[in-house]
Design a protein. Sequence first.
Length: 142
Amino acid sequence: MDAAGVVTDFLKLLEVRDVDAACDLLADDVEYMNVSLPTIHGRERVRRIFTRMMARRSAGFEVYFHNVAVDGTSVLTERTDVLIFGPVRVQIWVWGHFDVAAGQITVWKDYFDWWNVAAATVRGLVGAVVPSLRPRPPVLTV
């Protein structure tokens, strides 16, 4: 599988809550960074975090790809991630950088804007109370 396929499959597996299959696409020593937050080192630590998150039946994740670019073994994604907590949908723009070697992700670095996260959280909370204001999946132009 090519590098872009590894990355898109990884995120789609998280979307369908298949944490084990997703983590099989991570290198043992993967570095997972949400820029401005502490780096998480190692596949098993990443697996524990996502297993705990997905254990909550009301929690979920959706991903919408806007652009995917590849340069050798580096994959760049422009996407909308949706974090779901019961009736609350927090829909944020994310730019991701992934390095892939031997069919596994060795570096996963996501960049996002904290103001966008704050606004999306407010909108998600309001939408939980007023369903007509609930965020809708993005319109993809790709």
